[in-house]
Design a protein around this ligand. Structure first.
Ligand code: KG4
Ligand code: ZN
Length: 334
């Protein structure tokens, strides 16, 4: 089957064509992303109205480019998979309406995909994984531990009580006046910094050890910037110290969950999985515990449509599809 994937849940408009004949196995023929960082940078964060308006402009060229790179025409496509939530509703609607329009015009089946399901299955694009597996999804909107029990069956073990880890990166970068999006900037800066320079508090939720909390660290950095600095702490050291605390707050519950489940493999996925220190530390902690870490390459960590096509493919492969009445859902649960 050739499947066209469409993703527009936040600030990236993405399209991909994958080729698959069994659930979880796919060859990516093309995967393209129209990034809006340059548009939102001036505001220090995503402006939802601008995101959806720009999707309206880019969605068609992005899809056409994906088809062109894949070397196929709409006539050769067997099904469409499109993100229908969670995300910014205006952004979601652009991709979803486009997909429904294509389906209506071509008679192709369409399936609505949960964006988180895309992140959870993304590692399968490049790795042969055995289900069930444990996955830490960590992005700008989500931070959660899941067990992928089967295609379509996901058990949440714990999640953030407040901010997502990516949100903490972005907000701290803004507080430090570093620009947007903050995750990559902090990651790059921290490479040259001393991670032991500032000891930031690490939140632990005793009653729910597999849950996370990142609002405290953001406040701690804000207070440090307001009155804690002696003027001598370099931005590199502050970035490294902040990042270290976030990484440890992600590593501890993940290793605890792996022990609880006796999971041999730990999957790291979502935009923050691109963080070099998180990848290194989690790999080290997993290895010390006799486990292995698997993470997608950068292009499949951050938002992309290949993961959406893959997450929709197991339903399309069995002849399933959604009615054209499906709607976008900003808080779609998994
Ligand atoms: O998965 P994603 O592309 O979009 C959402 O679904 O949220 O994740 C975007 C998030 C942003 O918060 C961004 O700052 C963060 O991932 N991010 C990083 C890195 N690259 C992207 N965070 C830390 N280190 C990075 N290298
Ligand atoms: Zn995402």
């Amino acid at each position: 089957m050739l499947i066209l994937g469409i993703e527009s849940s936040c600030d990236d408009a993405a399209a991909a064509v994958i080729e698959t004949n069994r659930p979880g196995r796919a060859v990516v023929r093309s995967s393209t992303v129209a990034n809006q960082d340059d548009i939102h940078r001036a505001y220090g964060g995503i402006v939802p109205e601008l995101a959806s308006r720009n999707h309206v402009i880019t969605i068609q060229p992005v899809i056409e480019r994906a088809m062109e790179l894949a070397g196929c025409s709409l006539g050769e496509i067997d099904g469409i998979a499109v993100t229908r939530g969670p995300g910014l509703v205006g952004s979601l609607l652009v991709g979803l309406m486009y997909a429904k329009g294509l389906a209506q015009a071509s008679g192709l089946p369409v399936v609505g995909v949960n964006h988180l399901e895309g992140h959870l299955l993304a590692p399968m694009i490049e790795h042969e994984l055995t289900i069930p597996y444990l996955a830490l999804v960590v992005s700008g909107g989500h931070t959660a531990l899941f067990v992928v029990e089967d295609f379509g069956r996901y058990r949440k073990l714990g999640s953030t009580r407040d901010d997502a880890a990516g949100e903490a990166f972005d907000k701290v970068a803004k507080l430090m006046g570093l620009g947007y999006p903050g995750g990559k900037i902090i990651d790059d800066l921290a490479r040259r910094g001393n991670r032991k320079r500032v000891k930031f508090p690490q939140a632990r939720i005793k009653s729910a050890p597999l849950d996370f909390s990142f609002s405290g660290i953001k406040t701690a950095v804000a207070l440090f910037l307001a009155n804690g600095t002696d003027g001598a702490t370099a931005a590199e050291d502050l970035a490294a110290s902040f990042q270290e605390a976030v990484v440890e707050m992600l590593v501890r519950p993940t290793i605890a969950a792996a022990r609880e489940l006796d999971a041999r493999t730990i999957i790291l996925t979502g935009g923050v999985a691109a963080n070099s220190r998180l990848r290194a530390r989690l790999a080290e902690a997993a290895e010390a515990d006799g486990r292995r870490l698997v993470a997608p390459s950068f292009k499949y960590c951050t938002d992309n449509a290949a993961m959406i096509a893959l997450a929709g493919s197991y339903r399309l492969l069995r002849g399933d599809h959604d009615p054209l009445s499906i709607d976008a859902e900003a808080n779609l649960p998994l």
